[in-house]
Ligand binder design. Structure first.
Ligand SMILES: *Cc1c(COP(=O)(O)O)cnc(C)c1O
Length: 340
């Protein structure tokens, strides 16, 4: 059976690199959304806890409840729960109307749209939102934002950060005048944390860097991060291919000479990318993948018992013209995860 290997020492190494940037483990919100970017929610949550992480971010209530008792705080990014939630679960406010439906005392993080225009309350409604929070007796823990271009080679991050700094000042003043407790603040994702020279906020929300990647131009530096995930596939069958014989759907690959080939138990149904067989593709351990990738199988040269399909998602991403996030996040939750 194919399996995903999770390297705990690499995960701890990455968290250490991040803690050096934030100045403290307690300032890290480890992002575990989407099955921990495909690495396995329970496996990564256990490692995060072992490392001393106290706060994590997930996508929805289902993910939060799966790790309910493991952390001091679990922040839900993309769902407003319709029922009572445990005290250690908090909710991101993405729209001002969210404030009208949550029950009193719910812990919230108020997200402000400072230019990404994806989620969060428009800056002009900041005071209105804070008044509603007071009126509805919600428990405001933090005010947050998200940068749209932290990993882009441009000055956009600095423009957006300026807008954000102004929001922070306003939020502090409005809270004071409304007799609300001063909230905590957080904005940085992995790219912003590693790119900016200084860090002076209460938390950073780090996902991709914890898993060993940054999708940033090398001009920003060589970051000392190590990939956490490896994807291994096991052999299903082997055969001898004669010169001129063809492999797989459409017979796209044709043997130029007699060769030994084997079929392995990963395909696009497992969340690996489909290839049409036209582009040269290799496994991470250097074996040529032959022909199209099918739903549950791919074929490559040789007859090893197992082959390493991914050991660096950023490299795999380059081949498929995407980013490391997509390569790991797509991996099926049904593949077994083994922590070493
Ligand atoms: C996914 C996400 C993050 C983490 O981003 P990385 O680039 O993986 O560090 C942080 N904040 C929000 C709001 C997110 O959606």
């Amino acid at each position: 059976m194919a399996y995903i290997e999770i390297d705990s020492s690499n995960y701890f190494h990455n968290l250490n690199q991040i803690a050096k940037k934030t100045g403290s483990v307690d300032k890290i919100f480890a992002v575990l959304k989407d099955n921990a970017y495909g690495h396995g929610l329970l496996e990564i949550a256990s490692l995060a806890k072992k490392f001393g992480i106290k706060r994590v971010v997930v996508k929805n209530l289902k993910e939060a409840l799966a790790i309910e008792n493991m952390f001091e705080e679990i922040l839900i990014l993309s769902e407003i729960p319709k029922k009572e939630i445990p005290k250690n679960i908090s909710v991101t406010i993405n729209d001002i109307n969210d404030l009208k439906i949550l029950s009193p005392k719910t812990n919230i993080h108020l997200k402000i749209d400072t230019g990404m225009h994806r989620n969060g309350i428009e800056a002009k409604y900041l005071k209105k939102a804070l008044s509603l929070i007071k009126e509805k007796r919600l428990n405001l823990l933090a005010v947050m934002t998200h940068f749209r271009s932290a990993d882009e080679l441009s000055s956009e991050l600095f423009w957006q950060k300026k807008v954000w700094d102004e929001i922070k000042t306003q939020a502090k003043n409005f809270c004071k005048s409304l007799h609300l407790q001063t909230p905590l603040f957080h904005s940085n994702n992995s790219a912003a944390l590693f790119r900016l020279k200084t860090f002076d906020e209460d938390f950073a929300r780090c996902g991709i860097a914890t898993y060993g990647y940054l999708e940033m131009d090398s001009i920003f530096g060589n970051f000392n991060l190590k990939p956490v995930l490896k994807l291994w596939a096991n052999k299903i069958s082997s055969r001898d291919l004669k010169k001129g014989e063809r492999v797989g759907y459409g017979g796209v690959f044709e043997a130029k000479e007699d060769m030994k080939i084997s079929t392995y138990d990963i395909g696009y149904g497992d969340g690996f990318f489909r290839s049409d067989g036209k582009k040269e593709l290799k496994t991470a351990d250097g074996k040529k993948i032959l022909g199209r990738i099918s739903m549950d199988n791919f074929v490559c040269e040789g007859d090893e018992e197992k082959v390493l399909l991914i050991d660096n998602a950023k490299q795999t991403a380059k081949v498929f013209n995407t980013i490391s996030y997509e390569i790991t996040t797509k991996l099926s939750p049904f593949i077994k995860r083994i922590v070493i």
